[in-house]
Design a protein around this ligand. Sequence first.
Ligand SMILES: [Mg+2]
Length: 210
Amino acid sequence: MQKVIVIDTDGVLRNFHSKLQKVYRKYYPDFKNPLTITSYCLRDWFPIGDKIYDFIYKEHPKEIFLNALPYPGAQEFVKTLQQKYKVVIATSQPQESARKYTQLWYEKFKFDADDFIYIDEKWKIGGWILIEDSPHQMELAAEHKSFSNIIPFLQVWNRQWFLEKRQSLTTLKNPKEYKTFLSILTPQDNYRIILNYLGLGKPLKITLKE
Ligand SMILES: [Mg+2]
């Protein structure tokens, strides 16, 4: 039986965060992108705090969820994993508006997978590997032991969490290339590192951002 890899959507395949900041700036032109983001929680990124969730889910779901771009190489990353594994693309969109436009987004950008699952808590899917950027989802999956391995998709918003937890969560994988996360990895670097870790990669060429 093929092993199952579950891949999260926002922050892993879809550049939701950059689109959200662009749309936000359209309505709040004085907004400057936060220079240092250490929190996964969106209310910490924007001056309107908790109202950011209405801004996303009630006021601008189409503009954000349908028009955000995939990270470069995202579809190829999924396709390469599919050569060897059963791939499930998952998203934990809590709101119907986001689910609808996310489904259209997968079609628009031609994402192919063995299954697409919309679920609040991804640990419930279970499988061999979970690829995820949310500290909360990774902690739940580790707690419930429903995945044999958790590969964090490293982003600025989970960097601090990763540095703190990488020794303590036994299912959390720490490929040796992640030491470069002391600088910042691009999504493409994450794709390359993960494929290499699974023996599917071409030789690694890491691009570090300042
Ligand atoms: Mg995510």
